[in-house]
Design a protein around this ligand. Structure first.
Ligand code: AMP
Ligand code: MG
Length: 376
């Protein structure tokens, strides 16, 4: 993995983040998305395997925090990068405007119940950083009730310190925190808003509130810059991900997630010699109970697996790639045709798998005109 390339986007409190100099349309070493598909699906496969060990080991919990302007692609990143994870070890929390109950507590209160147990991953789709973003831009703290003794305090400045203390506490009690800011340009946001208005099935994603917030763009940029500069630490870093190209943002996030899990390096738990002896005895009894004796299982065919794993298998297997190429060519006949083809083929997949596979097939079949715009 091109590890250096994510370090270019990593902030640990040493170098300053200057948002006006940041290239939001960066694509790293790639010229187009087809070149990145192979690495992306392999990252998903590796993430899937590491998560199984993280869950089995149950030593450390992990939080991935996502912050961004509207339409920067948070939901799409989360959907694509985390869809290989097992649901029993992962939960997404979408933090909205605080409810009246939440607002009647301190601003960190609502996050306690979302913290991951050891071995699990919590995805924070927005977080307490909203309190130094929207909270700062609109001075929401001025309307919040507080005792007189706290009047005159610079609330936002104080919050940066409180957040650092909170994260430091969590890190030192067994929770890893990785913070990702998807940085989209104002022009790209405009293009995505337009498509949310023009394309009916995307209409639900836009609100008049989103358009109003756009008017505060410069204030938000200042708030994001200050947030990164005040709350990046080597233990709990910020990654600023260029988000004008969805495929590149997704690839980088897959690298960040993978590298985080690789650093944790979870191991399969080993059972004690005593326990092993007990189960060994049990195993022999089980064997004796089988009427026909026990035959070692042959190499098994892949089981039904999740989309990322399937996609990775597809990439690994030339024969499957050919099948997927056929799928891609027939895509214009609609998904029913694709399903039919899947029924007749050894590829066991879902639409997500097909979508990734189609992107791969696109690379393999450059001469055909395939519509692979699937990133709504
Ligand atoms: P979305 O994620 O697009 O569904 O929107 C959620 C909305 O909730 C965004 O406009 C956020 O700015 C807002 N939000 C989240 N947390 C807070 C908070 N602590 N205070 C005020 N607004 C918030
Ligand atoms: Mg929104």
């Amino acid at each position: 993995m091109a590890k250096d390339s994510i370090n270019n986007y990593k902030f640990i409190g040493k170098s300053k983040f200057n948002i006006s100099k940041f290239k939001t349309d960066d694509t790293g070493e790639f010229t187009d998305r087809a070149e990145a598909v192979d690495e992306f699906v392999h990252n998903l496969l590796k993430i899937n395997k590491l998560q199984q060990r993280l869950y089995a080991e149950r030593k450390e919990g992990v939080i991935f925090i996502f912050q961004a302007m509207d339409a920067a692609g948070k939901d799409g990143v989360i959907r694509t990068v985390f869809n290989t994870l097992s649901p029993h070890g992962v939960k997404e929390f979408c933090f909205k405007v605080p409810s009246s109950e939440e607002a009647s507590h301190d601003y960190l209160w609502r996050f306690w119940s979302a913290l991951p147990p050891r071995g699990s991953i919590s995805i924070f789709n927005r977080s307490y950083y909203e309190d130094v973003l929207v909270g700062k831009v609109h001075r929401l703290y001025e309307k919040q009730v507080r005792p007189d003794r706290l009047n005159g305090i610079d609330i936002i400045e104080q919050r940066y310190g409180q957040i650092n203390d909170y994260e430091n506490y969590l890190y030192n009690t067994g929770t890893r925190i990785v913070k990702i800011f998807l940085n989209v340009s104002k022009d790209e946001q405009a293009r995505r808003f337009i498509s949310r208005i023009d394309i009916e099935r995307k209409n639900w994603k836009i609100s008049s509130g989103d358009i109003k917030e756009r008017e505060f763009w410069d204030d938000y940029m200042e708030a994001f810059e200050t947030m990164v500069n005040k709350t990046s630490t080597s233990d709990c870093p910020w990654y600023v991900v260029p988000a004008d190209h969805k495929w590149y943002a997704r690839l980088l996030v897959s690298r960040i997630v993978l590298q985080t899990l690789e650093e944790i390096d979870p191991q399969w738990p080993v059972i004690s010699d005593e326990e092993l002896e007990t189960v060994q005895e049990f195993r022999n009894k089980l064997e004796d109970s089988l009427s026909g004796g026990y035959i070692e299982p042959e190499q098994q065919l892949p089981q039904f697996a999740n989309p990322g794993v399937i996609a990775a298998n597809i990439v690994e297997n030339e024969e499957r790639a050919k099948i997927v190429e056929k799928i891609a060519r027939r895509k214009e006949r609609g998904f029913d045709a694709v399903y039919k083809l899947l029924d007749d083929s050894p590829v066991i997949g879902s639409l997500d798998a097909i979508i990734e596979a189609v992107a791969y097939a696109e690379e393999k079949a450059k001469d055909t005109d395939i519509d692979t715009d699937t990133d709504d």
